[in-house]
Design a protein. Structure first.
Ligand SMILES: [Zn+2]
Length: 262
C-alpha cells in the first residue's frame, strides 16, 4: 500500500481515485488524523493530511510519530510526502519541485525515534528511498535532487541562518520534513519527498517573507503536484529495488549476557 503525506492543498488527489473510504487509527502516540483510502491506477493508496484538518497543527506541533505509526499500521510500505520549502539559492525559484536525497536536521523538540527502550541506530547514509526518488525524478517535472534543511520553526530563518545553511550544503529549507523521514526508515518503510519551492529564504530575496506568498505559490502549483504524485504512483512497481525494508538489520545493539567481551 502507498501512503501520501500531504502538506497544504493536495487533497484533490483523493478525488481522482475510486472506492474512497475514511479511517482513523489509534496508535500508542495518539489518534491519527482521518485518513482517506482509495484506489488509484489499481493501487491501494492512503492519504494523510500532515497538519490534520485545516492546518490545525503548526510544523513544530505535528504528531509525526503517530502519523508514521498509523500509516505502518494501515499496511503502508511506501510513503510519498509533500513539503513546502524555501529556496537557499537564486537559481532555484518559487514553483520549482525539488526531491531531497539527503538532509540536515536542525529540529530540537520533536520526538524523533520509536526506540526509547531498545538501542537502535538506523543507517541514514541515504535517508530517502532510492527507488521512489528515481521515479519522482524520471517524471521530468522536478529540477532534480538537493539537500533538505529542516528547522524547528515556526518562525522563518534569520539571514545569518540562511547563509549558514547554504554554506553547509543545503538546497532548500523547511519545517516538516524531519523527523518524518527518519521515523519511516525506523519502521522499514520507503520514504521520499517532493518539495515545492514556495519562496526564497530570508535574504535570498529582498522582500519580507509572508505566509500569503507561500500559499499563493503552493496554490498555483497544486495541479502540477497532484499530476506528479499520480504519475509516480502509476509507475511504482510491485518489487522493491531499495534496501529500506531491511533498515533494522544490523541496526540494534544486542547486549548478550553470554558475551565475553562485555
Ligand atoms: Zn525504498
Amino acid at each position: 500500500m502507498i501512503g501520501i503525506i500531504g502538506g497544504t492543498g493536495v487533497y484533490e488527489i483523493v478525488e481522482q481515485g475510486r472506492d474512497i473510504d475514511f479511517k482513523v487509527v489509534d496508535t500508542p502516540y495518539g489518534s491519527s488524523p482521518e485518513m482517506s483510502l482509495f484506489k488509484l491506477h489499481d493501487k491501494e493508496v492512503v492519504f494523510m493530511s500532515r497538519h490534520a484538518v485545516g492546518h490545525a497543527h503548526p510544523p513544530h506541533m505535528v504528531n509525526y510519530i503517530s502519523n508514521i505509526y498509523a500509516l505502518k499500521k494501515m499496511g503502508v510500505d511506501r510513503i510519498l510526502a509533500t513539503n513546502a520549502v524555501g529556496s537557499l539559492h537564486e537559481s532555484i525559484k518559487p514553483g520549482d519541485f525539488v526531491v531531497p536525497h539527503d538532509f540536515l536536521d536542525f529540529t530540537h523538540q520533536r520526538k524523533s525515534t520509536f526506540y526509547d527502550n531498545r538501542t537502535v541506530h538506523v543507517d541514514v547514509t541515504e535517508p530517502y528511498c532510492s527507488q521512489l526518488r528515481d521515479i519522482l525524478i524520471s517524471s521530468g517535472q522536478t529540477i532534480g535532487e538537493g539537500v533538505y534543511v529542516c528547522t524547528e520553526g515556526p518562525r522563518f530563518e534569520t539571514a545569518a541562518e540562511v547563509n549558514m545553511y547554504r554554506n553547509l550544503g543545503g538546497t532548500v529549507v523547511g519545517m516538516t520534513g524531519l523527523p518524518e523521514a527518519v521515523l519511516a526508515r525506523e519502521l522499514e518503510m520507503c520514504y521520499a519527498s517532493i518539495c515545492t519551492v514556495s519562496n526564497f529564504a530570508a535574504s535570498i530575496s529582498s522582500n519580507k517573507l509572508t505566509i500569503d506568498e507561500v500559499f499563493e505559490v503552493v496554490e498555483n502549483k497544486r495541479e502540477n503536484l497532484i499530476d506528479l504524485l499520480s504519475d509516480s504512483i502509476m509507475k511504482i512497481p510491485a518489487d522493491h529495488s531499495c534496501e529500506c525494508g531491511d533498515a533494522l538489520e544490523g541496526a540494534e545493539v544486542n547486549i548478550s549476557l553470554e558475551s565475553e567481551d562485555l
